[in-house]
Design a protein. Structure first.
Length: 304
């Protein structure tokens, strides 16, 4: 078990942590409908009442926060798990949030005439565009297909890159930005797609999985959530049920599994002066944790 320092408690399914320069962490509370700032001392303040289901977050080239919002869900009393879409659910969307005022606006709610279902995770490239996943909405007897998208911050362009996928969740870029990684939740598999140019992926022929490459799959009942990339290029994937952060090399080797005190560690980001502090959302217990990480994380584009 890693030496975990709990920074905050009482969070309503925290996700999408973003490490800020002042030592605070901004995250989404999916079940609470807010984007919340947690200071280094553990104080919590609502940065934006985003509504819906605030999930993946990233800081963009203009200093604004860009949010993948799954559109909202219903939760059973006494359970941290969603039972289905919220009663007022219409679609998922990507929002831009001003971190100073909390002002928000919807950038994208559809692509090619098709509504977004449940945008989940997001990462910016050096050019200032962003890749994001859509997990697909789950209902009692059916579910939407998921996919991978690329979009620009001014609302002018959104492109569907991969569709359909079973349950694409975490997304990240290799240090050289020649590869985009996507973690699939239900299959517990990590996929890779070669980038030809910003927002353009190589389409590998059948039987390539989803036109990409399978990097790694885990045995047993484990489920992948979001991810972050180390400076070395290894991919740290939040692993549900077994409660680990699983570190996977680009060649598919499992480098290490770091045990968390929660069956639902949903996301990880890196911060601190040396990028060796890992911030992890523990969603079953509603906590934000920090641990010392053995390797520095990759500094994200436009990270403070």
């Amino acid at each position: 078990m890693a030496d975990v320092r709990v920074m905050a408690t009482g969070l309503r399914f925290p996700e999408g942590p973003v490490a800020m320069a002042d030592g605070s962490v901004v995250l989404g509370e999916i079940a609470g409908g807010t984007v919340t700032r947690v200071t280094s001392s553990g104080a919590k303040t609502v940065l934006s009442a985003a509504g819906g289901g605030p999930n993946g977050l990233a800081r963009g080239p203009d200093g604004a926060l860009y949010l993948c919002n799954n559109g909202g869900a219903e939760y059973a009393a006494g359970s941290f798990l969603a039972t289905g879409p919220a009663q007022n659910y219409q679609c998922g969307y990507v929002q831009r949030i001003d971190p100073r005022t909390g002002e928000m606006r919807v950038l994208y709610s559809q692509c090619g005439g098709h509504k977004l279902s449940a945008p989940n995770d997001i990462v910016f490239d050096r050019q200032g565009g962003f890749y994001f996943t859509d997990l697909g909405k789950r209902r009692g007897r059916d579910r939407d297909h998921g996919g991978v998208y690329y979009a620009l911050t001014d609302g002018s362009k959104i492109v569907e890159l991969v569709h359909p996928m079973l349950s694409p969740n975490g997304v990240g870029l290799s240090p050289d930005e020649k590869t985009v990684y996507v973690a699939d939740t239900e299959s517990s598999r990590l996929f890779a797609f070669d980038i030809l140019s910003p927002g353009v992926l190589r389409q590998e022929p059948f039987p390539a999985p989803y036109t990409g490459r399978l990097v790694c799959g885990l045995p047993g009942f484990q489920r992948f959530d979001s991810l972050a990339v180390e400076a070395s290029g290894n991919i740290a994937v939040a692993t549900l049920i077994t409660g680990h952060i699983t570190v996977i090399a680009p060649d598919g080797r499992v480098v290490r599994q770091v045990k968390m005190p929660d069956v639902y560690p949903t996301n990880i980001c890196f911060g601190g002066r040396d990028m060796k502090t890992a911030y992890i959302t523990l969603s079953a217990s509603g906590q934000l944790a920090a641990i010392d990480w053995p390797e520095p994380g990759l500094r994200l584009n436009f990270q403070e």
